[in-house]
Design a protein around this ligand. Structure first.
Ligand code: APR
Length: 243
C-alpha cells in the first residue's frame, strides 16, 4: 500500500494525535452501520428510532431495537482496525480516541484514552432523573423497566437532538485543538458536533487523513483520503510506524 511521503513524515514526527471513529470501524466486526439496512430491522429507519420522540411514542419498539443491538454487540469481537488503534496509541504520549460508537469495542480492544461522544449501549439510565440503572433490561412479562422515581428507564446513549456528555465533548475539542495529525475513520461525517472536529483540526494546521469506503463531505477537505476498509488500512499504518 502506497502512502504519501507527507503523511509518513507527519506520522513519525507528530506528538499530538487524534482519531475520530464512526460506525464503519465496527462494520468488520459484524456491527451494522447506522445507514445499513439490516435484515430484521430493515423496515425501520435507525435515524428515526434513535430519538426522544420515538421513545416517548413507542418505548417498547425502541427498547426492542436496543436490546437486539446489545445482544449483537455482546457476541462480536474487536477487529484488526480496533486493534491497530491500540498499537498506534502506544506510539504517542498525547493520543485521543474520540468515538461516536456506542458499542464499547474500542475499550474491549484495549484502547485507553477514549472519549465516547454518544454514550455506551450496555448502560441504562432513568429518562426522568438520570440515575444509572444497573439491572438487566428485559421485555419479558410485558412491562418496561422503571426507576424508583417512577420514570422510565432508557438506554444511556445520546439520541438525535440531545446534548452530548459535557466532559467527553470538551475533551474532544481540547484534543482536536492541539492535534498535529487527525484521522477520521469510518464515519459518514454528517452528524455534528463530531463532524466539525476534523474541520477544526484542519483549520489549526493538523494533517487530516480520512479512511472510508466511500467519499464523504470531508473527502475534498482532507490532506489524504484512503479508500478502503479500516480493518485493512489501519494495520498497514501500524506497519509504517515500526516498532
Ligand atoms: N471501513 C471504513 N469505513 C467504512 C467501513 C469499513 N469497513 N464500512 C463502512 N464504512 C463507512 C461508510 O462508508 C460510512 O461513511 O462508515 C461510515 C458509516 O456511517 P454511519 O452509518 O453514518 O455512521 P456514523 O458516521 O458513525 O454515524 C454518526 O450518526 O446515526 C448517528 O449517533 C449515530 O453515532 C452515529 C452518528
Amino acid at each position: 500500500m502506497d502512502f504519501p511521503q507527507a503523511f509518513l513524515d507527519v506520522l513519525h514526527a507528530a506528538k499530538r494525535v487524534v482519531v475520530l471513529t464512526g460506525a464503519g470501524i465496527s462494520k468488520e466486526s459484524g456491527v451494522p452501520t447506522f445507514r445499513d439496512k439490516d435484515g430484521l430491522w430493515a423496515r425501520y429507519d435507525p435515524l428515526e428510532l434513535a430519538t426522544v420522540q420515538a421513545f416517548l411514542d413507542n418505548p417498547r419498539l425502541v427498547w426492542e431495537w436496543y436490546l437486539y443491538r446489545r445482544n449483537l454487540i455482546r457476541d462480536v469481537s474487536p477487529n484488526p482496525g480496533h486493534l491497530a488503534l491500540v498499537e498506534i496509541e502506544k506510539h504517542y504520549d498525547d493520543f485521543t480516541l474520540i468515538t461516536q460508537n456506542v458499542d464499547g469495542l474500542h475499550r474491549r480492544a484495549g484502547s485507553e484514552n477514549i472519549l465516547e461522544l454518544h454514550g455506551n449501549i450496555v448502560l441504562s439510565k432513568c429518562f426522568e432523573c438520570g440515575a444509572r440503572f444497573d439491572g438487566e433490561v428485559t421485555l419479558e412479562g410485558g412491562g418496561l423497566p422503571s426507576c424508583h422515581c417512577g420514570g422510565r428507564i432508557r438506554p444511556d446513549v445520546v439520541w438525535f437532538g440531545e446534548t452530548l456528555p459535557e466532559k467527553a465533548l470538551s475533551g474532544a475539542f481540547e484534543a482536536t485543538n492541539r492535534a498535529e495529525l487527525f484521522l477520521s475513520i469510518g464515519t459518514s461525517a454528517l452528524v455534528h458536533p463530531a463532524a466539525s472536529m476534523p474541520l477544526v483540526a484542519k483549520q489549526i494546521g493538523a494533517y487530516l487523513v480520512e479512511v472510508n469506503l466511500e467519499p464523504t463531505p470531508l473527502t475534498g477537505v482532507c490532506d489524504f483520503y484512503v479508500h478502503g476498509k479500516s480493518g485493512e488500512i489501519l494495520p498497514e499504518i501500524v506497519k509504517r510506524l515500526g516498532p
